[in-house]
Ligand binder design. Structure first.
Ligand code: FMN
Length: 410
C-alpha cells in the first residue's frame, strides 16, 4: 500500500468523503451530440477516469441553457429530458469509489461566433485580444445592460440544472466563475460596467454568484456538495484583482460552499495553460486565500511532480490537487502513483514547425491535443504523445470541420 499523503481521504463539512486528494478539473470534452446530450463516448471517458483512481472528477463545463452555449459539442442540462443518459454518465463517473461533479456554466460573451449570434454579458463590452474577431459583441440592450429579469432567469437556470444533476445521481456540482465566462465577467470591472445592484462595488459584482449559490443550495439541500471555481485574478490591469478574489472566496466560504477551486486568467490571458516550469501556479495565492476559512481548497494549474503535490497537501497549502492536462495524458495517474510508477510529468509544447502559426494557434493547438487524447481514452486506446501539432490540428478539423479555423475561446 502506497503511503503517499495523496491517498488520505478528504471529508467535506457536509459529511461527503472524497477518497483521495487527486482531482481531475473540468476539461471541455466537446463530446456532446448535436442535441447537446452526453454521448456513449463521454460516458466511457468518465468510466475510464474513475477506474484510473482519481477521487474527484469535475466534468467539462456543462451549459445551463441551450440558447447560450460556448462551443459545438457542449452538453446542456436545462430540463430532465435526458435524465436516463445523465444517469448513465453519473453511474460511470462513480465506479471505483470516485465522485463526479458537474461543472455548470454560462458563457456570457465568450461564445464562439458560429454558435452565438447575440451573446449576452453584464455590459455591452466586446472581448479584447487577438482572437476577438471570432466572437460577436455582446447584445447591447436599451440601457446597454441585461434587464434584471434576465439575470434572475439565469440564476434560476443554474439552480434548475443543479437539481437535475442531483436527480441524475452525480456526486455534486461546481459553479464555474473563472476563465472569463459569464460569472467571471460580472466579477471583473473591465467587463462589468453596470450601475445597478449588479455592478460597481465588489459586493454588487459578486451578487449574482451569491444568488446562484443560494438558489442551487435551496434546490439540492445541505448534504449535496456545491463547489466553486474562481480565478485568483484576471491578470489584467483594472481587472478582477487578487485582493478581491480573496474577499469573494471568504464570502462564499461563509455562505457554505463545500470546495473552492482556484485557477487563474482567462482565454485572453492564458495563465490557465501555462508551461510547466513554474510549478503550481497559484499556490502562494492559495495560502493567502485559505487564511481564516475552513473550507477546503483545490489548487489547479501547473502541478507536475508527485513531490510538489505531496508537499502542497502536507503543508496544508491545498486540500485537493487539480491535475487537468496530466490526467488527459495519464488517465490512471493515481493508480500509477500507488504502484510507484509515477514521479513526474512533462507537458511538451507542440509545434507545427511554422513559428508564425504556432504563435497564432498555440492555445488552440494545446486544447485540441488534449481533446484528441480524451477521445482516445474513451475508446480504450492509449494516449498518443507527440510534439507535432499537425496531428491534433487534423483531429480538430476532422471532428469540427471548418469551424476549427475560428478560435472557440478568446
Ligand atoms: C482541453 C481543455 C479544456 C478545458 N476546459 C475547461 C472547462 O470546461 N472548465 C474549466 O473550468 N477549465 C477548463 N480547462 C482548464 C483546466 O481545468 C485547468 O484549469 C488548466 O488546464 C490548468 O491546469 P493543468 O495545469 O493541471 O492542466 C480546460 C483545459 C484544457 C486543457
Amino acid at each position: 500500500m502506497n503511503q503517499s499523503i495523496m491517498f488520505q481521504p478528504l471529508m467535506l463539512a457536509n459529511g461527503t468523503k472524497i477518497k483521495n486528494r487527486f482531482m481531475k478539473p473540468a476539461m471541455s470534452e466537446v463530446m456532446g451530440d448535436a442535441r447537446f446530450r452526453p454521448t456513449a463516448r463521454l460516458i466511457a471517458l468518465y468510466r475510464a477516469w474513475a477506474n484510473g483512481g482519481t477521487g474527484l472528477l469535475i466534468t467539462g463545463n456543462v451549459m445551463i441553457d441551450a440558447q447560450a452555449i460556448s462551443e459545438k459539442g457542449n452538453v446542456v442540462i436545462e430540463d430532465d429530458r435526458d435524465l436516463p443518459l445523465l444517469q448513465e454518465w453519473a453511474k460511470a463517473g462513480s465506479v471505483n469509489g470516485a465522485q463526479t461533479w458537474v461543472q455548470l456554466n454560462h458563457p456570457g460573451h465568450q461564445a464562439a461566433k458560429h454558435v452565438a449570434l447575440h451573446p449576452v454579458a453584464p455590459s455591452a463590452v466586446p472581448l479584447e485580444g487577438p482572437n476577438a474577431f471570432a466572437f460577436n459583441p455582446p447584445r447591447a440592450l436599451t440601457i446597454e445592460e441585461i434587464p434584471l429579469e434576465e439575470i434572475h432567469e439565469i440564476v434560476a437556470k443554474f439552480a434548475r440544472s443543479a437539481a437535475i444533476v442531483k436527480m441524475a445521481g452525480f456526486g455534486g456540482v461546481q459553479i464555474h466563475a473563472a476563465h472569463g465566462y459569464l460569472l467571471n465577467q460580472f466579477l471583473s470591472p473591465l467587463s462589468n460596467r453596470r450601475t445597478d445592484d449588479y455592478g460597481g462595488s465588489l459586493e454588487n459584482r459578486m451578487r449574482i454568484i451569491e444568488e446562484v449559490y443560494l438558489a442551487i443550495r435551496e434546490q439540492v439541500g445541505a448534504a449535496f456538495p456545491v463547489g466553486l471555481k474562481i480565478n485568483s485574478s484576471d491578470f489584467r490591469a483594472g481587472g478582477f484583482s487578487e485582493a478581491e478574489s480573496i474577499q469573494v472566496i471568504h464570502r462564499m466560504a461563509h455562505l457554505g460552499v463545500d470546495l473552492i477551486e482556484i485557477s487563474g486568467g482567462n482565454y485572453e490571458n492564458t495563465v490557465i495553460q501555462g508551461d510547466n516550469r513554474k510549478g503550481a501556479f497559484f499556490i502562494d495565492y492559495a495560502a493567502k486565500a485559505k487564511a481564516g476559512i475552513d473550507t477546503p481548497i483545490a489548487v489547479t494549474g501547473g502541478f507536475r511532480t508527485l513531490h510538489g503535490m505531496e508537499t502542497a497537501v502536507t503543508n496544508h497549502e491545498t486540500e485537493m490537487v487539480g491535475l487537468a492536462r496530466a490526467t488527459a495524458l495519464i488517465p490512471d495517474l493515481p493508480n500509477q502513483v500507488k504502484k510507484g510508477a509515477f514521479t513526474e510529468i512533462n507537458l511538451e509544447r507542440l509545434s507545427t514547425g511554422l513559428p508564425c502559426l504556432d504563435r497564432k494557434a498555440g492555445a488552440y493547438i494545446g486544447l485540441s491535443y488534449y481533446e484528441m487524447q480524451m477521445v482516445r481514452i474513451a475508446g480504450g486506446k492509449p494516449v498518443k504523445l507527440t510534439k507535432n501539432a499537425w496531428r491534433p490540428l487534423c483531429f480538430a478539423f476532422h471532428t469540427q470541420g471548418w469551424s476549427v479555423l475560428m478560435p472557440q475561446r478568446a
